[in-house]
Design a protein around this ligand. Structure first.
Ligand code: C2E
Ligand code: MG
Ligand code: MG
Ligand code: MG
Length: 288
């Protein structure tokens, strides 16, 4: 029995697992310093408003310009940050930077709504409303120009607390969306009870149209219908082809986002992208 137990123990504490745990702690500590050292950057992905064909919003997506490891993606460090509470610091930085950038775009005559991703861990701390308010005040951005993206998980953990915070955010005047809807075990009852203005359909729903087109289209149409009945707009994520863009438009999505429309890019590239797009549209439809 002792031998078996010993074997179990060996199995539990494999060198791989040990180093994975150490790596997580390391990343979190390193990330704290990285924020102070200015190593985080935001890329912005355009969001298309389908009825007008205009880009009226962007989603801010964080990257870590690591001095040795290069440009790290959220999947490389957000999970560790969420487990160590560093994600609150990170989000405060993202909120400050994204609202500042929105004001800068304003000055260029580009009044974009900027979306910021909020972790369930942050939602649970109860400081979110104050953190959002601080960022808006510091930047001087009207609240309706900020969109917070929350996943269902953040709501599922503590529905009552979530409802209270949603209500406060609503009073504060910021926009709220449900991100990645349809990625896991999405609860329809929860969706009905969440006072969000926008439902973002997970890209797996859109990707499904490649293999099982009519079934996937039916699922998208059902979710879009439910969102509309709840007074929510609906955004198709992960639109990668012209065919998918046409389909989600036909199915009643109000917004679309994806590589086919535009990839996430640094702020100055997005500014140039928007200007190029505006002149191309003017050439297509000359004014007057
Ligand atoms: P998300 O909020 O669902 O963001 C969309 C992700 O899908 C982004 O990945 C984006 O680059 C990717 N994407 C957009 N269009 C397409 C497409 O057409 N095809 C495919 N295959 N992918 C597409 P990214 O930037 O790697 O971010 C991944 C996730 O990390 C985000 O998913 C979000 O949950 C999280 N994240 C990103 N930035 C932040 C942040 O500042 N704070 C927090 N808490 N989480 C963040
Ligand atoms: Mg998002
Ligand atoms: Mg998403
Ligand atoms: Mg996601």
């Amino acid at each position: 029995a002792a031998k078996a137990g010993g074997r179990d123990r060996v199995r539990v504490f494999t060198p791989e697992l040990r180093s994975a745990v150490r790596q997580k702690v390391l990343v979190a500590g390193e990330l704290r310093d990285a924020i102070d050292a200015g190593q985080l950057v935001l890329h912005y992905q355009p969001v298309l408003h389908l009825a007008s064909g205009e880009v009226k919003g962007v989603e801010a997506l964080v990257r870590w310009q690591h001095p040795e490891r290069g440009l790290l993606m959220p999947a490389d460090f957000i999970p560790a940050a969420e487990q160590n509470g560093v994600v609150v610091r990170l989000t405060q930085w993202v909120l400050a930077e994204a609202t500042r950038q929105a004001v800068a775009w304003d000055a260029l005559g580009l009044p974009l709504v900027v979306g910021v991703n909020i972790s369930a861990a942050h939602f649970a701390t109860g400081t979110l409303v104050a953190d959002v308010d601080d960022a808006l005040t510091a930047a001087g951005l009207p609240p309706e120009r900020l969109l917070l993206e929350l996943t269902e998980t953040s709501v599922a953990e503590d529905p009552l607390r979530a409802a209270a915070q949603f209500a406060q955010l609503r009073v504060a005047g910021v926009e709220v969306s449900i991100d990645d809807f349809g990625s896991g075990f999405s609860s329809l009852s929860q969706l009905v009870s969440i006072p969000a203005g926008l439902l973002k359909l997970d890209r797996s729903l859109i990707a499904g149209t490649r293999v099982r087109r009519s079934e996937s289209a039916a699922a998208i149409a059902a979710v879009v219908g439910l969102a509309a009945a709840c007074g929510m707009r609906s955004l198709a994520e992960g639109v990668e082809t012209a065919d998918q863009l046409a389909l989600v438009t036909e199915l009643g999505c109000t917004h679309a986002q994806g590589f086919h429309i535009g990839r996430p890019m640094p702020a100055d590239e997005l500014t140039a992208w928007l200007h190029r797009r505006a002149s191309a549209r003017t050439a297509e439809h000359p004014p007057g």
